[in-house]
Design a protein around this ligand. Structure first.
Ligand code: PLP
Length: 442
């Protein structure tokens, strides 16, 4: 019996897959079997495994200064350098950054910043957040309340009502459209639903709208053209912030530097983690517009302190590794390379649209999902929702690690350093697995 309480695991199915080491885009299990890491760990190991520069950077920083904190005015150079480099890259005006440890705690921080800001400007009732159905924003009490997946809420007494999280439609045309509805009618209908929700609740009570530009763990939903422009028009009309959760999308994943740029969004707030350090060490960033920060300065002085901070906020080793990661992205043109390979990947994956099990292929850049269906014409899903896990296992048996998401979709998110030849290898293993599943079920 295990001594570990495993995260996001069926407790009856622990310790089945023992990963021992990694090299480039490959990992090896404890029996020496080799796998292509088609999900970059959990959507995060952008520079792959065994990157010598990141390893040396961590080691050198540990030798120089393994730890110092940032409470009460303490600072250190590597956090300052990281913040400057990072904020200069971001599509957020005069960006300011708060460092944390994970995507979940960074989203919690954003909620607190929202409350603090609207208190500071004398609008304490403007605090509700609109999140979408089928969204993933983390698992802490607050971030799981934003998440729109029942598996992260049922059994945990979530969402917390006091947080005032409101729900609006997922922008998934393939599953959400009504019979005969065009993409543009679908967009108009769901954005109208959003506006009606705002009017019903009262615009003065709503602070922000949170969205992953392209979703990850909730099924890799790429909204139809025009969706975000219409959403932004509505948000601007009622002075509601656009909060982009770029925990997966950020840093070259979707064909551009940030998902907000890929999808034409101008965010007021942005959450970053995962590829910020290529996952070599935990670090996250809650980013807000500069004028929001300016408005909180007096408030913090009045209260004596901005009463929020983690022991590991701005951890020097995490900052050093993140800074080196950003330098490598820039020096080696990683985002441009990933965009080119990503286009090749999307084309190769779309060849599978003809396969009898494939309902929809969706994605951008090096992020994608393939939805498996029982009937292509009617889009009927497989009963019981076990097909995704079954396919995930079939892929694993063929040396490919992918992840079942939203029950019946298989997600791909390989390291950004993957080559076209390795994409071919990945697609080959996936096609073989699909054919084996087809043989098994017919
Ligand atoms: N937001 C998004 C979009 C994510 O995909 C995730 C994790 O997958 C999180 C937040 C939570 O991040 P973490 O698992 O680091 O807490």
């Amino acid at each position: 019996m295990t001594s570990i309480i495993y995260p996001t695991t069926n407790f009856k199915a622990t310790e089945q897959f023992f990963i021992e080491r990694g090299e480039g885009v490959y990992v090896f299990d404890n029996k020496g079997n080799k796998y292509i890491e088609g999900l970059a760990g959990l959507w995060c190991t952008s520079l792959g495994y065994g990157n010598r520069e990141l390893i040396d950077t961590a080691s050198e920083q540990m030798s120089k200064l393994a730890y110092t904190h940032m409470f009460g005015g303490k600072t250190h150079q590597v956090a300052i350098d990281l913040a400057e480099k990072l904020t200069a890259m971001l599509p957020v005006e005069d960006a300011k950054v708060f460092f944390g440890n994970s995507g979940s705690d960074a989203n919690d921080t954003q909620m607190k910043l929202i409350h603090y800001y609207f208190d500071a400007i004398g609008m304490p009732e403007k605090r509700k957040i609109i999140a979408r159905e089928r969204s993933y924003h983390g698992v802490t009490i607050a971030s799981a309340s934003l998440t729109g997946l029942s598996v992260n809420q049922i059994g945990f007494d979530l969402p917390i009502d006091a947080l005032g999280v409101l729900r609006t439609d997922a922008p998934h045309y393939y599953r959400g459209a009504q019979i005969g509805e065009t993409e543009s009618d679908f967009v108009s209908r769901i954005v109208n639903n959003l506006e009606q929700l705002i009017l019903k609740e009262g615009p003065d009570t709503i602070a922000a709208f949170i969205a992953e530009p392209i979703t990850g763990a909730s099924g890799v939903i790429v909204p139809p053209d025009g969706y975000y422009q219409k959403v932004e028009d509505v948000l601007n009309k009622y002075n509601i912030f656009f909060w982009a959760d770029e925990v997966i999308n950020g840093f070259g994943r979707t064909g551009q530097d940030f998902g907000s740029n890929t999808m034409g969004i101008k965010p007021d707030m942005m959450t970053l983690a995962k590829q910020l350090s290529s996952a070599y060490v935990p670090i996250s960033a809650s980013v807000i517009r500069g004028d929001l920060y300016e408005a909180m300065v007096e408030q913090s002085a009045k209260m004596g302190v901005f009463g929020h901070g983690y022991t590991y906020s701005g951890h020097p080793v995490a900052c050093a590794v993140a800074l080196k990661t950003l330098e490598i992205y820039e020096r080696d043109n990683i985002f441009e390379r990933a965009a080119q390979v990503g286009e090749y990947f999307q084309n190769r994956l779309r060849e599978l649209e003809q396969h009898p099990l494939v309902g929809e292929v969706r994605g951008k850049g090096l992020l994608a999902a393939v939805e498996l269906v029982a009937n292509k014409t009617s889009r009927q899903a497989f009963e019981g929702g076990g097909i995704g896990a079954f396919a995930q296992q079939a892929c694993q048996n063929n040396g490919l690690i992918v992840r079942a998401v939203a029950g019946s979709s298989i997600a791909f998110c390989p390291p950004l350093i993957i080559t076209k030849r390795q994409i071919d290898e990945m697609i080959g293993k996936f096609s073989k697995s699909l054919n084996e599943i087809l043989d098994f079920i017919v």
